[in-house]
Write a protein that binds this ligand. Structure first.
Ligand code: NI
Length: 265
């Protein structure tokens, strides 16, 4: 698959369950010729055949290279950032939950889900926008996962798809994250306040802000219907370092706060 086709499909799947993203996209498209994405974030479990090791070949095949590894101890997550060949394509931030760090009952639920993934499903790039490749958990199982890991609960229902797209504020006509935040607030969008609305600063070479995720009614395995968080939209402003090179990495403390954009509580 061509890189552009891959991101077009990833975006189509994402806006279907994140209608705010389409509205915000329109809001900013009126101010710039083309909205460039800073990065997209993907989530998975660290279980074969959908762990990072099994799936990263698809990312490398799109012309990406591994950049930096990250670890989030409290959230039991590992992540890799990948850089594109073409700077108009987004960076990819791919995280995975370290399932073995959860309780044995949570592990059993997750292994039951991933055990249903058909062998062929992971062989194609489409896996990244295929959603839940398993029967959804019961509401009770979902609650059990939620107690230990918001990330696990989210992934058990939403499956594999973009968790968020991120607008590159550098490419807007007015490259100020503060003005983006004001514009979103004026338009009535709710922003993630964890760690402050703007996470990071110019000294850290990266500023980020995000909306709170949209919600959607989901029917769980036992027939219970509940509203759960889907995906959110993010905004990033990057700065150049002392050598004049644009910062390419991610600031772990900010990423940690941004994971809360899909929190239920
Ligand atoms: Ni992000």
């Amino acid at each position: 698959m061509q890189c552009q086709a891959f991101f077009d499909q990833l975006w189509r799947d994402y806006v279907q369950i994140t209608p705010q993203a389409a509205r915000i996209h329109e809001l900013f498209r009126s101010r710039v010729d083309e909205i460039v994405n800073d990065h997209v974030a993907l989530r998975t479990f660290n279980l074969s055949p959908i762990d990072i090791d099994s799936l990263e070949g698809h990312i490398l095949a799109l012309g990406y290279r591994r950049f930096e590894a990250y670890h989030f101890d409290e959230k039991h997550l590992d992540a890799w950032a990948y850089l594109p060949e073409d700077e108009h394509q987004p960076r990819i931030f791919f995280s995975q939950l370290l399932v073995e760090k959860l309780s044995s009952s949570a592990q059993k639920i997750i292994r039951g889900l991933v055990g249903q993934v058909p062998d062929h499903a992971a062989r194609w790039q489409q896996v990244f926008f295929s959603g839940a490749l398993w029967q959804l958990p019961s509401w009770q199982e979902y609650q059990q996962l939620l107690q230990e890991s918001e990330y696990a609960a989210w992934l058990s229902v939403m499956g594999l798809r973009a968790n968020h797209f991120t607008v590159s504020v550098n490419h807007l006509i007015n490259p100020s994250l503060q003005s983006v935040v004001e514009c979103l607030q004026q338009a009535g969008f709710e922003l993630n306040q964890a760690g402050g609305v703007i996470k990071g600063n110019a000294q850290a070479l990266l500023e980020q802000a995000s909306t709170l995720a949209d919600s959607m009614h989901i029917e769980f395995a036992d027939g219970d219907r509940h509203s759960i968080k889907t995906c959110y939209y993010e905004f990033a402003r990057r700065y150049t370092d002392a050598n004049g090179a644009l910062y390419q990495g991610f600031v772990p403390a900010s990423a940690d706060a941004l994971f809360h954009s899909t929190d239920v509580r």
